[in-house]
Design a protein around this ligand. Structure first.
Ligand SMILES: *Cc1c(COP(=O)(O)O)cnc(C)c1O
Length: 478
């Protein structure tokens, strides 16, 4: 492709994306294809001769688009959002054009220094003390693994990195039964073992019970274990429950345990003063992660990872073969030493574009609008006799279920709600996902997509109601 062709095709792509966003609601939100359909329609061998860009773009439309699930649709209420925004997309375009590899300061000083500045901006915006340093990780899963590895090294005097595990390294890690699966993955990868991840029971709000945590720690110590790390959720994935951060922090201090806070989703909301009560005790943590790539309109991937003591982090990951030695005498951040991978994308640019394009006030009003829309739908559900909400609504996630009169049996309720969810999703008009809370199947209504408006949530709620009443009629006549 020549520069001239790049220019023509580049404008074409921008035009295509503009149409896409204008017409995004005409696509089924959740791809309706069956497994294998895309794979089987693609040729088994690569082309030997060049295809022209026009044909590639046409095939993208004809062969790929119906296999796309539209995460940027305002009718996407599933999982958690993976939001983008126009400023973020444009930054990603520039990033792709520059094609940097940001493993260390010298490979692009601007990337390293912009990253440091953006992490400071985010740290201050969510109210972490200025003693914390930040680094962008690809995902919260990676950040949690990095955190547990750092704890492992710190509490083994950096011995496991050198010699591997020994008899004396009987570590235990703790989280709640509602904590994210990435924690279990991390303890497996870190060599601690899934059976040494102790899952502590939750209260009726799905938050960890600190007294049970304390009991568990005391018992483990008496049995010769070394409690290594507690991972608290500030917003669980199921229902956005917030663990008692302050109490957990105190336990960590008392027993000298590493404290990691997983705020992957709800951490974005900490830029709002009205959530200050959730920050009580975050200064106790050793590490903290949240994902601007979820609710903060910044393209995946972008996880903001903060540590109280960057020396422990760097001592865990630093490695310096001859070919990576550089002559900087003054202090610079070589982010290859702040995590697992050597090569890194230039991810700070999109944060800079997003934060500057919206301003902090703009970001705050976006989150507040989502929270207001959530309240609006929450009230509708609460006032509906045939629906019920099964978890506190602290942010912008409503966990609810259909509960028609006459059905009280949990299995029947679970079944009818699963049917309801599948029917709603098969219309293509909205996309929801579910979780289970205390064994009950609940539909999650997540209201945080970049472009979501009142009309979208209203349409979605009406859709659920009408499919639910059809389901009920069918059941009654069966
Ligand atoms: C989404 C989520 C994760 C995983 O995030 P990734 O960035 O996809 O790894 C971890 N913890 C919580 C609480 C989450 O909501």
């Amino acid at each position: 492709m020549t520069t001239e062709e790049f220019k023509i095709n580049g404008y074409k792509i921008v035009d295509w994306l503009c149409n896409y966003f204008n017409e995004i609601e005409k696509y089924p939100v959740k791809s309706q294809l069956k497994p294998g359909e895309i794979f089987n329609r693609l040729p088994d061998t690569p082309p030997n001769s060049r295809d022209n860009f026009f044909d590639i773009l046409k095939d993208f439309e004809n062969q790929i688009m119906d296999g796309i699930t539209h995460w940027q649709s305002p009718n996407f209420f599933a999982f958690f959002p993976a939001n983008n925004s126009f400023p973020s997309i444009l930054a990603e375009f520039l990033t792709a054009g520059l094609g940097l590899q940001c493993m260390m300061w010298v490979t692009s000083p601007a990337a390293a220094e912009l990253e440091e500045k953006m992490m400071n901006w985010l740290r201050d915006s969510i109210g972490l003390p200025s003693s914390f340093s930040g680094v962008i990780q690809d995902t919260a899963s990676t950040a949690t693994l990095v955190s547990i590895l750092t704890a492992r090294e710190k509490f083994s005097d950096y011995e496991i990195n050198q010699k591997g595990f020994s008899e004396k390294n009987k570590f235990r890690v703790y989280c709640s039964t509602e904590a994210h699966s990435s924690i279990e993955k991390a303890v497996k990868i870190a060599g601690i073992g899934a059976s040494n991840l102790i899952k502590i029971d939750v209260d009726d709000k799905f938050a960890l019970k600190p007294e049970l945590l304390r009991d568990s720690i005391i018992k483990d110590i008496s049995e010769g274990y070394r409690p290594l790390c507690i991972v608290a959720a500030l917003g669980t994935t199921g229902s956005t429950a917030v663990d008692p951060i302050y109490e957990i922090g105190k336990i960590c201090r008392q027993f000298n345990i590493w404290f990691h806070i997983d705020a992957a989703y709800a951490g974005s909301a900490l830029i709002l003063d009205e959530f200050n009560h959730f920050k009580n005790g975050i200064e106790f943590c050793d590490s903290f992660v949240f994902n601007p790539h979820k609710w903060l309109m910044t393209n995946f991937d972008c996880s903001a990872y903060f540590v109280q003591n960057k020396e422990a982090l760097i001592s865990t990951f630093e490695i310096l073969p001859e070919y990576l030695k550089t002559p900087e005498v003054t202090h610079v951040n070589n982010y290859r030493d702040w995590g697992i991978q050597l090569g890194r994308r230039f991810r700070a640019l999109k944060l800079w574009f997003v934060i500057r394009s919206y301003g902090l006030d703009g970001l705050k009003s976006k989150l507040r609008e989502d929270i207001a829309l959530t309240k609006y739908i929450q009230e509708k559900i609460e006032n509906d006799e045939e629906f019920e909400i099964l978890a506190p609504v602290d942010f912008n996630v409503i966990c609810f279920r259909f509960k028609p009169k006459g059905i009280g049996n949990i299995n029947e309720l679970n079944q009818i709600n699963e049917e309801l969810l599948n029917l709603v999703n098969s219309t293509g008009k909205a996309f929801f996902t579910h979780t289970k809370l205390n064994g009950s199947y609940v539909i999650r209504f997540v209201i945080g997509q970049t472009n979501v408006k009142k009309e979208n949530v209203e349409k979605a709620w009406k859709l659920i109601k009408s499919i639910a009443s059809e389901l009920k009629i069918n059941k009654e006549y069966k």
